[in-house]
Write a protein that binds this ligand. Sequence first.
Ligand SMILES: [Cu+2]
Length: 408
Amino acid sequence: MRRGETVRFHIDNSLPEGATVHWHGFELPAAADGGPHQLIAPGERWSPSFEVRQRASLYWYHSHLHRGAGPQVYAGLAAPIYVRDDEEDRLDLPSDYGVDDIPLIVQDRMLDKSGRLIYPSGMHAQMMGVRGDHMFVNGTQNAVFEAQSSRLRLRILNGSNARFYNFSLEGNRPMQLIASDGGLLDRAHSIRSLKLAPGERAQVVLDLSEGRPLRLIANSPENGMGMMGGGMMGGGMMGRRNDAGSSEQTSKILDIRPAGSASALPLPAQLASLTPPDPSLAIRTRRFVLDMGMMGGGMSINGATMDMNVINERVPVGQWEIWEIANASMMAHPFHIHNVQFQVLDRDGQVPPPLETGFKDTIVVNPREQVRVLLRFEENTDPDLPYMYHCHILEHEDAGMMGQFVVV
Ligand SMILES: [Cu+2]
């Protein structure tokens, strides 16, 4: 897609069950959002249309079926979307799709002996989220990329149901972080690791000028480690961060084979011109407390479980607000807000890390932590049709860690 154009889709549901298609990261009319209220019945066609208002970046679409997003995304109803715009085109960045600019959709799956997908549905899977033991990148295992350029841009989407990743290059080599969910950062940041929770995206540029093979790997911190081992009941686990686990497993994500050594152009000194978020603009603060209840039995936000018939928040259009998201549970939750790209003010009062200096639509809130974001809904009012805010661990979303808001 290109920023400024109007797009229309025809989505035919050939499945034997209802489905929805949500445009993750887009500002658009509620009727086109593809949330749980835009159900496409079997055999029916849905034809949403919207103007592409987003900055150039990697977005995605996926099922948002009420109480059924987890199994549908797991079975394949998810894919990336590139949005391009003039602002980014003016910069000298790798942008030749499939040549020096490639998407990496990272997903984990569980397979049976015959290679068929298993979607576990027990209580443990629902509480911790469904995690697989096989890694897939763009639907393939053991992915290899034969590079032809001296710079390579990776657009990484954590499209997993529940698994968090900490990406790095083998040998601890640096990557240049250039973009978050909603587009370019103000400048490139040299990083050696990159954490992405389900729903989050990031873009990095790798220097291949030495001509040596590179391997992108990821380890997966346990999220809520010890909860099933009795730790949940004891005070010892309280406040323990999700990345403190010692039983991390490392997975190979992508092998990159450069063509040969060549000189690499430096990245532009400035990428986007971003205005730092100013909390004094906010008219009000809304607070959202995420919780799971005992043993995951009460997935909730502000004490309420998702109810299709309840509008939880009415938000005036055009007004700046601070949304304060707190986590009362023992797992980290990636909080996604529909119809907006927001900026992060602080994380437990601390300045956010580089990935959170740009625009975001999904933000991790660690156990016992509180994150404040600044946002404004610029148009698309509808007093009846709501948008969603929810945890992007899909099994948590399906179990009710979700709420509804209208923009009025
Ligand atoms: Cu969650």
